[in-house]
Design a binder for this molecule. Structure first.
Ligand code: GLN
Length: 309
């Protein structure tokens, strides 16, 4: 195994110079302002070592990566009852698609497509004020990342709130099927704001450690979730974390991962590492182009794919 820091430095050098970067998301106007030339990467290993390179300390909008954390909270609240409201199958459709919702009677395919994450936000909201739910989400992130400075980027939240017509449609459609119990505006408020959480690669890699290390908080040894729950969240990340690009991502990279349209990806190497990478240029499925390539290279050079060398 090559030394991790050397590999991370090589990857950052290679991808910071790369010209083929995809396109930044423009449907959320605030995200279109991000510098497409940014590239950051960080990996945290079981011994607590942190290896980072590039723009690893510049905050970005974590967008759908936040769905991993809200899923963890919703499972903590209602456990397996969640699966009466959300499926566990890859959708094969884009993250904001509405088509399956009609056939499948308002039950989203999985918790990572937007419709599924809205059902999860409804569970986290649980009759409280959106502020209370968002406070809980932030406190959870502060705990798992060991960092109280993580905040919501209000400009991004407002930008998405002003233009999130598809999410408004999805939420209303699910409410019509009885699969949202809180007012639609409140569920959307929680969803837009948790997507607008800003984190850097170091913070995100730290936050993912409980998934890499059997549900435990590695610095304190405290249990965040059970080992079974960590394993199952990882399974969902592998099968559904990149939407209709999940199969290809598993084929190329072979790690449970979750992407976001801010260009971030959280990737888990069970028992070995939690990795965050950020490059804002996206492919046609809304996944970071260079982020995926960087993880493919890292998994290969470190022998980290869960499917073998
Ligand atoms: N907030 C974004 C949206 O709802 C999240 C999408 C994503 O990151 N894939 O469209």
């Amino acid at each position: 195994m090559r030394e991790l820091k050397t590999v991370i430095d090589e990857i950052a050098a290679e991808y910071r110079a790369c010209e083929e970067r995809g396109q930044v998301a423009t449907y959320i106007p605030e995200l279109a302002k991000v510098d497409i030339g940014s590239f950051g990467i960080c990996a945290v290993t079981a011994d607590g070592a942190v290896a980072s390179a590039g723009d690893a300390e510049i905050p970005f909008s974590i967008q759908s990566v936040s769905k991993v954390f809200t899923l963890t909270l919703a499972l903590g609240k209602i456990g397996d009852a969640l699966w009466r409201r959300v499926g566990r199958e890859p959708s094969g459709n884009s993250f904001n698609s509405i088509v399956q919702l009609e056939y499948e009677k308002g039950i989203p395919r999985n918790p990572f497509i937007n419709a599924g994450a809205l059902a999860v936000a409804d569970v986290v909201l649980a009759g409280h004020a959106p502020k209370v739910a968002l406070g809980e989400i932030l406190r959870f992130l502060h705990f798992v990342a060991d960092d109280d400075s993580i905040q919501i980027d209000e400009a991004v939240a407002r930008s998405e709130q002003a233009t999130g017509y598809r999410n408004v449609a999805l939420a209303n459609y699910m409410r019509a099927f009885g699969n949202l119990s809180n007012p639609v505006e409140m569920v959307l408020g929680v969803y837009f704001h948790h997507c607008a959480i800003a984190m850097n690669c170091v913070q995100l890699a730290m936050a993912g450690r409980y998934l890499a290390f059997s549900g435990r908080h590695p610095t304190t040894g405290a249990r965040v979730v059970s080992p079974e729950r960590a394993r199952r969240i990882n399974a969902l990340m592998l099968t559904c974390g990149h939407y209709d690009g999940s199969g290809d991502f598993a084929y190329r990279v072979g790690l449970p991962s979750k992407s976001g349209v801010g260009g971030g990806i959280l990737a888990i190497v069970p028992g070995k590492a939690s990795i965050a990478v950020w490059s804002p240029g996206l492919d046609g499925q809304g996944n970071s182009v260079l982020g995926s390539l960087a993880l493919e290279m890292l998994a290969k050079r470190m022998g980290w794919s869960i499917f073998g060398a």
